[in-house]
Write a protein that binds this ligand. Structure first.
Ligand SMILES: Nc1ncnc2c1ncn2[C@@H]1O[C@H](COP(=O)(O)OP(=O)(O)O)[C@@H](O)[C@H]1O
Ligand SMILES: [Mg+2]
Length: 279
């Protein structure tokens, strides 16, 4: 079974790309076949993995726009075993406009992924900081969403708006979409606002908030320049510990979803609650 997860937040600088790359790298290092789809015109995830977007002939953009180009022609392997990337280049910036009048404009990524997804256990889609057609394509292609969030007051307003657009996408385009988890990033517990924000979001979203949080870590800031994940650049850093912990939680939450679905299939007459009590 393939889990397709979008990493989304319409705000820039919340840790989407850092989370996508490091979680994917951890999953691959622990033996899971993993694909990153870079849906961001600035190509940060592509650069992060040491690939120069200017050297690319084909990217996600061409696969989205041209019927005859499949993602298998676009996907590249990386320095990490089991980790592949469908890279982005700057042409992705015009893709929204070029898709705008196409009747299947929201379904292009889903359709292209359907032909390669069986090769992977995890597909992580790094979204741009907007709610335009690119992230909509990502949300339509995914079943799960991770929302990286900085514990700041203004982030809470953004989270409300994001929740509304996720609900709209679920109602209109993809009924299977669910929030896998809200991930607090760049956490500095010395700041009063940090605990305040985390408590508010936990009160409202309950266990939809990951138990693990990502602390501020200067090494994480340096990894894109090095073109390496935190597990290579600084394996004993706070950043490596925190991303290991959240990736383990993602694996475990997936196992729980799977056990729940299997239980529903086998015992449809029993309440979901019974399963939870029994587990
Ligand atoms: N936990 C962290 N500690 C310190 N810096 C971080 C951390 N997470 C991300 N950063 C830095 O913050 C900036 C924004 O992160 P990024 O992942 O690019 O956000 P987004 O993809 O949401 O725009 C980058 O410079 C990145 O290196
Ligand atoms: Mg980014």
């Amino acid at each position: 079974m393939t889990r397709i997860i979008s990493i989304v937040n319409q705000k820039g600088g919340t840790g989407k790309t850092t989370s996508t790359v490091n979680i994917a790298d951890y999953l691959a290092r622990t033996g899971h076949k993993t694909l990153i789809v870079d849906m961001e015109p600035q190509s940060n995830a592509t650069l992060y993995l040491g690939i120069d977007p200017l050297s690319l002939e084909l990217s996600v953009s061409e696969a989205l726009l041209k019927k005859e180009i499949g993602l298998d022609e676009v996907i590249l392997s990386t320095n990490t075993e089991n980790l592949h990337i469908a890279p982005a280049k700057v042409s992705l910036a015009n893709t929204d406009l070029n898709l705008a009048d196409k009747p299947d404009k929201q379904y292009r990524l889903k359709e292209k992924l359907s032909r390669v997804k069986s090769r992977y256990e995890y597909i992580l889609i790094d979204c741009p900081p907007s709610l335009s057609l690119l992230p909509v394509n990502a949300l339509v292609a995914s079943e799960e969403v991770i929302i990286p969030l900085q514990p700041k007051y203004l982030s809470l307003e953004g989270l409300k708006q994001l929740k509304v657009s996720l609900e709209k996408t679920r109602e209109e385009l993809n009924p299977s979409l669910k929030i896998l988890g809200i991930l607090f990033t760049m956490v500095d517990m010395r700041l009063k606002m940090t605990k305040y924000c985390i408590d508010i979001v936990r009160d409202y979203f309950g266990d939809k908030v990951f138990k693990s949080t990502i602390r501020v870590c200067s090494k994480l800031n340096e990894t894109p320049v090095a073109g390496q994940s935190i597990f290579v650049y600084s394996p004993s850093s706070k950043g490596a510990k925190d991303y290991k912990s959240v990736a383990e939680e993602i694996i475990e939450r997936g196992n729980l979803f799977y056990r729940k679905s299997l239980f529903r299939l086998l015992c449809p007459q029993l309440e979901d609650k019974t399963f939870l009590n029994a587990s």
